[in-house]
Design a protein around this ligand. Structure first.
Ligand code: 13P
Ligand code: 13P
Ligand code: MG
Ligand code: MG
Length: 368
């Protein structure tokens, strides 16, 4: 059977009323572009948004990093940017950081998560998209879903899952090339944790089954400040996770999102806030946040997608969202102080550095 590629390519190309959500016209433009220009070489597609970010999911047979697929999405974003400019949307073309397209969109601003698969007889997978946060936001949920039986009952109950997983983790602070390490769990789970605790530096790129050698997870790793050299908006990552059978069950993959763990992002990408699981096509609001994550489940057959099932649209998650709102409010009470605002190494890319440089000149060392 021919292999199928799942590609998620996502960008912020402009938003209504600040960094809230894209306009209907922008979305329709992107979707129509993909539908019309992708005819003949994509099998299926889905276009949606999370906060101010537009995600394009395509299915095709061209493999990962395919120039034609990437160009299709890039050009769809350019068409959307034109609408954003015409409508006066905020941050029109925000994530399209490089002007000339060269082969694929990696390193150009959009977030990318792709995997080429041998379709299983039933192929459920999840499409995650986050807004107002960084790629490392997925580190803890992935660790808990793939290495902790408190969330993944399959690690105890299913022999093929118990065999564990191979992790490919990227050092995103290294900008000259991809710097990666491969580790296996359960044997090296403490080493995986030692890296994944640092969300700003080490990011899960992919996870593989040790039972079947198949790729289960593909997550985006792009840090925009490394491309732009300054703060131009938050990275807002995407992720693909295949589910069930020899892989964790959908519910095990969703389980860690009950925590609302604190991540980097929120207002001006410079604060700490809890990650809130939201329904599809949700805007952001409070303090340009809180950081949000959406999750759509699909099934496919020969690359044809079903309609999405909205994983966080269920009464349980209303309760979770209320609790997470309380966490967001608690940390916001301390404003700019200490843990509420990011460390200087992250703020390095923002305008606060100018102020500090000026103040530096006014410091005096007292003579005894
Ligand atoms: P079903 O019996 O509904 O297929 O569920 C099996 C399962 O593993 C759910 O996590
Ligand atoms: P986005 O990266 O989602 O555009 O957010 C930018 C920002 O600074 C919000 O305050
Ligand atoms: Mg924006
Ligand atoms: Mg965004």
């Amino acid at each position: 059977m021919a292999k199928i590629t799942l590609s998620i390519i996502k960008a912020d190309i402009g938003s209504i009323g600040g960094h809230i959500k894209p306009s209907q016209k922008l979305l329709e433009t992107v979707e129509n572009y993909v539908k019309e220009k992708g005819r003949g070489f994509i099998i299926d597609y889905y276009v949606g948004f999370t906060g101010d970010d537009v995600a394009i999911l395509t299915t095709h047979k061209r493999g990962v990093l395919n120039p034609k697929i990437h160009k299709l999405c890039w050009d769809a974003f350019l068409a959307g940017t034109k609408v954003a400019k015409a409508q006066g949307l905020y941050g029109a073309g925000q994530d399209l950081l490089v002007s000339a397209f060269s082969g694929n969109v990696k390193g150009m601003g959009p977030q990318v998560a792709e995997t080429e698969i041998e379709e299983r007889p039933a192929e459920p997978f999840l499409m995650f998209a986050a807004d107002k946060t960084e790629p490392g936001a997925f580190n803890l949920p992935l660790y808990l879903s793939f290495a902790d039986p408190m969330h993944c009952a399959g690690l105890i109950l299913a022999p093929t899952i118990k065999k564990g997983f191979k992790w490919v983790i990227m050092d995103v602070a290294y900008t000259k090339a991809d710097r990666v390490i491969e580790l296996v769990t359960p044997e090296e789970s403490y080493d995986v944790a030692a890296l994944l605790r640092d969300n700003g530096r080490f990011v899960v790129e992919s996870i593989w089954s040790r039972e079947t050698q198949e790729q289960i997870v593909s997550a985006s790793t792009t840090r925009l400040h490394n491309i732009a050299g300054k703060y131009v908006g938050k990275d807002d990552p995407v992720m693909l996770v295949r589910a069930q059978k020899d892989f964790p069950a959908t519910g095990e993959i969703l389980s860690p999102y009950t925590i609302g763990h604190f991540v980097s992002g929120f207002m001006r990408g410079s604060h700490t806030g809890p990650l809130m699981p939201v329904k599809k096509n949700s805007p952001i609001s409070y303090f340009d946040g809180p950081p949000i994550v959406s999750c759509l489940a699909f099934s496919i057959k020969n690359g044809k997608l079903t309609e999405p099932a909205d994983c966080f649209d269920q009464p349980y998650w209303d309760y979770v969202r209320t609790k997470i709102s309380q966490k967001a409010e608690e940390i916001r009470r301390q404003g700019f102080s200490g843990a509420a605002m990011l460390s200087m190494s992250e703020l390095e890319y923002t305008g606060v550095m100018e102020t500090l440089k000026e103040l530096e000149k006014r410091f005096k060392v007292r003579r005894k």
